[in-house]
Design a protein around this ligand. Structure first.
Ligand code: ZN
Length: 281
């Protein structure tokens, strides 16, 4: 089997996986792979990527001129070619509309700010590029700078762009990106997400062999709280635990923290007790 045939089948299979995982719907999304330095296999415009056949795919050159295939190349061809021009090492590009990722941009949440250790290892910083109308030259231009340094980009109100040494790697980055966004959205539903401390983020970047970076993203919160900051949990049953338990917690706080932070814990605990008493009245 020729490498062209293998790549065509791979693109069909990954389009199907993207569709089945809900990372694209209807005729959304597009994929491409580098066949030669200036020759690319791309998905067609206006077709569902979950039901493609190998013969539906087209070949274009670095200028976007169609060399093989029927129909029209993807409307995002300029964005794909921009990624290949900026990154000679990249052999595959995937653009998708992962719903949790897009939801985060609509809600103004930055995935860079709330990154997770595994995501830092495998994806690094996840920048959000400025908004541009999809399918236009401006849409391609906005990724030019960021794609030089990153394999994963978020397109606000729109979707994602992931690149890799092959289609499988670009797809796995897309999956991981959506997984991180899903965790963040879930965290918002059960509480207030707290970013890891900057020092820990920097350490993870060092361990991953990546350049520490706090890429610009859309930030909705001005809070400087982090996961390591002292935080008083306020469970209602706090009062039910009784004064002995409360005293124990206060005593433990003396041994764990400085006198000043222990005083803060005691003060906060007393506030919880007062609030519970008010609720009981
Ligand atoms: Zn799109």
């Amino acid at each position: 089997m020729s490498s062209d045939t293998i790549l065509r089948q791979q693109m069909v299979d990954i389009g199907k996986r993207m569709y089945e995982r809900g990372l694209i719907v209807a005729t959304d999304g597009n994929l491409s792979v580098r066949l030669a330095p200036e020759r690319f296999l791309v998905t067609p415009s206006g077709m569902c990527k979950g039901t493609l056949s190998p013969q539906d795919l087209l070949v274009v050159d670095i200028g976007g001129r169609q060399m093989e295939g029927r129909g029209r190349p993807t409307s995002e061809i300029a964005m794909h070619l921009c990624a290949y021009r900026e990154r000679p090492d990249v052999r595959a590009v995937i653009h998708a509309h992962p719903p949790f990722v897009v939801a985060c941009t609509v809600a103004g949440l930055s995935l860079s700010r709330f990154s997770l250790p595994e995501a830092i290892y495998s994806l690094g910083t996840i920048p959000t590029v400025p908004y541009a109308t999809p399918g236009t030259d401006a849409g391609a231009a906005v990724i030019a700078g960021a794609i030089r340094e990153h394999d994963v980009l978020i397109l606000p109100y729109h979707g994602s762009l992931t690149v890799g040494k092959d289609l499988e790697e670009a797809f796995q980055k897309l999956e991981q990106l959506e997984h991180v966004a899903k965790i963040l959205v879930t965290a918002r539903q059960v509480g207030e997400p707290l970013p890891l401390p900057r020092a820990e983020v920097a350490r993870l970047f060092r361990l991953a062999g990546r350049k520490p970076s706090f890429a610009p993203g859309i930030l909705s919160r001005k809070t400087e709280k982090t996961a390591a900051a002292p935080r008083v949990v306020r469970p209602f049953p706090s009062l039910l635990l009784g004064p002995f338990s409360l005293a124990g917690r206060c005593l433990r706080s003396f041994s764990l923290f400085s006198l000043e932070s222990a005083a803060r814990v005691v003060k906060a605990e007393m506030k919880v007790v007062r609030e519970c008493l008010q609720r009981l009245q």
